[in-house]
Design a protein around this ligand. Structure first.
Ligand SMILES: [Zn+2]
Length: 243
């Protein structure tokens, strides 16, 4: 039996001997396999991180913002929702915190000394209080530490947040790049072709992204159904996407 197919990797048409063949050549098959394995490794790593957070929670009576964010698969800023003017974000937990709470304070363990807890005002409708710190003394009572010098904000936080196509690229840029990539074409055939078109298109739209970032962007675009894989290896731009 011979079937006409489109190679899932390079997008070229080829004649398959079996209906299960998705690639035109050994080379494309191995590239496609490598790509799938890489995606699986990333998914596995993300899963392991979640399991770590969950196992920590067994010994804890509360969620930290960072943990809640990780469990929800969003950034910490999303939970805290610092951008109060953003109407699009309505319904997020952060908005609700701001709407309902008079004051939001944050209690965090000192990075270098876990006996010390520092208290900061995250959001208050009246005047912010100055950050302070306390420890639990020998009598198991909280004791104020008047001489405590808070570590600089940037110290305890991850400096380099992982690349996020959602946070790091504006929606208008995504749209511009997609319009450029699919300019005059109904669909793009083959993952490699999609990757190449998008690399060029995002560069024309203003930013050059490396291979790893383009892979993340493609995953993001398909998750958000801005680009849909309508059949194996055939990608279609959905201009009416909900962002
Ligand atoms: Zn091929």
């Amino acid at each position: 039996m011979e079937v006409k197919r489109i190679c899932q990797w390079c997008g070229k048409p080829f004649i398959a001997k079996k209906t299960t063949t998705n690639y035109c050549s050994h080379q494309c098959a191995s590239q496609g396999y490598k790509h799938r394995m890489k995606e699986r490794r990333i998914e596995l790593r993300e899963l392991q991180e979640l399991i770590e957070v969950k196992s920590k929670l067994d010994h804890q009576y509360y969620f930290t913002f960072a943990q809640a964010a990780q469990l929800m698969g969003v950034s910490r800023q999303y939970i805290l929702h610092q951008n109060k003017s953003d109407e699009n974000a309505r319904g997020h937990i952060g908005t609700e915190i701001n709407n309902k709470a008079e004051t939001v304070i944050q209690i965090e363990k000192d990075k270098d000394d876990s006996n010390i807890s520092k208290v900061e005002s995250v959001h208050t409708r009246s005047k912010d209080f100055l950050p302070f710190a306390f420890c639990i003394n020998a009598q198991l009572l909280p004791e104020l530490l008047p001489d405590y010098v808070p570590t600089k904000k940037s110290v305890g936080r991850p400096k380099l947040e992982p690349f996020s196509p959602y946070k790091d690229i504006h929606e208008a840029t995504h749209r511009k790049a997609l319009e450029l990539a699919f300019d005059g074409k109904e669909t793009i055939s083959g993952y490699k072709a999609l990757e190449e078109e998008l690399t060029t298109a995002y560069e024309l739209a203003g930013t050059k992204f490396n291979h790893n970032k383009i892979v993340k962007i493609i995953k993001f675009l398909t998750n958000k159904r801005m680009v849909v894989q309508e059949s194996r290896g055939i990608y279609r731009f959905m201009p009416d996407y909900h962002y």
